[in-house]
Design a protein around this ligand. Structure first.
Ligand SMILES: Cc1cc2nc3c(=O)[nH]c(=O)nc-3n(C[C@H](O)[C@H](O)[C@H](O)COP(=O)(O)OP(=O)(O)OC[C@H]3O[C@@H](n4cnc5c(N)ncnc54)[C@H](O)[C@@H]3O)c2cc1C
Length: 300
């Protein structure tokens, strides 16, 4: 069955009625692949494309965020809030480097024009590029059912391989992430385009210099590297030039390699993925080091 609601309430009502037998259809870039492979359990599709306003992006200053549980206490001067059907093509234009570069690295132009941020999160692929970047931004989602809404921090959203904290009647209705953090991104894959990652790494540094790190394709779902992030937060608070220090980089690489949980598969061995996790983190650190300690420009 194919349902085309024109309001959010109609979409949520359909999901309440059919539960796990129904799937929201956003860009269809994951769903259609599953259908083609005969691996889609849902028999009801709720198309989100006729509901207005679901792909809006808004930016709020911190003082506008205090009353909204989705946006409050973000440790950022500004916060972006995206609708669920915001596409990768839209995200690629945002001034948040990790997310924009992750979005630019997804598939080809057609996939980026159709694939959405909520679809990437709900699919919960270990290789989800948008999901990995948003984890390093300590992003949050607002999920809603017919009876109300709740906010889930993305660090608590991914539960297991393609399993999330979403209940069968809930829909992701908003995604929030900081607009002012310093961020970096690296992705390693077999080709330059249409490329699922072998490993990807995102780093976010909050306005108060707390470090957040996430890896994709090295675990059952996109992973945060908490110990590595804690170590780098301390190092950075002690010395703004810490990211450029080879000894700090070396220790961070060792910690990250111990935190990732890769497996062998047809794309790469676990050992290679573990090694590359460290390499990508080091590359991001080197890039961020320059921005954390900019060289003083000559006074004219
Ligand atoms: C050729 C190709 C290349 C690709 N390359 C990449 C890549 O490089 N990197 C990458 O990360 N991904 C890649 N993908 C995967 C895909 O494009 C993304 O995961 C995309 O973000 C999914 O979004 P969608 O809107 O198409 O989701 P859909 O296919 O419409 O839905 C996916 C899942 O999310 C659920 N869903 C959708 N919206 C919501 C919502 N608002 N609330 C709750 N559940 C929802 C659906 O019910 C479904 O279970 C590729 C796919 C293809 C076909």
């Amino acid at each position: 069955m194919f349902i085309q609601p024109t309001t959010l309430i109609e979409a949520l009502e359909a999901k309440r009625q059919f539960g796990s037998a129904a799937a929201f259809l956003a860009g269809g870039t994951d769903l259609v692949v599953l259908i083609n492979h005969g691996r889609m359990p849902a028999r009801v599709f709720i198309d989100l494309s006729h509901i207005e306003g679901l792909s809006q992006i808004q930016c709020f200053a911190a003082d506008q965020c205090a009353d909204d549980p989705l946006t409050r206490d973000f440790d950022a001067a500004k916060v972006f809030v995206c609708g669920p059907t915001t596409t990768f093509a839209q995200l690629a234009r945002l001034p948040v480097r990790a997310l924009a570069e992750a979005a630019r690295s997804v598939g080809g132009p057609q996939i980026r024009n159709r694939g959405t941020i909520a679809g990437n999160l709900a699919t919960a692929s270990p290789a989800g590029d948008g999901s990995t970047a948003l984890l390093a931004l300590d992003g949050r989602v607002e999920v809603q059912n017919l009876y109300g809404s709740r906010v889930i921090a993305l660090r608590e959203f991914f539960l297991d391989y393609r399993k999330t904290a979403l209940a069968p009647d809930e829909m992701i209705v908003r995604v929030a992430f900081p607009a002012t953090w310093l961020t970096g991104w690296r992705k390693l894959g077999k080709r330059g385009a249409m490329n699922i990652s072998t490993v990807c790494c995102a780093v976010g540094i909050s306005d108060s210099r707390r470090v957040h790190i996430a890896f994709g394709s090295v675990g059952p779902y996109p992973l945060r590297a908490e110990q590595t992030a804690n170590y780098l937060t301390e190092a950075l608070r002690g010395d703004p030039a810490a990211f450029g220090d080879p000894a700090v980089q070396k220790h961070a690489v060792e910690l990250a390699q111990a935190e990732v949980r890769p497996i062998d598969d047809f794309r790469a061995s676990a050992d290679y993925r573990r090694a590359m996790s460290g390499t990508l983190l080091q590359k991001v650190m080197r890039q961020l080091a320059e921005e954390l300690t900019p060289t003083t420009s000559a006074i004219v």
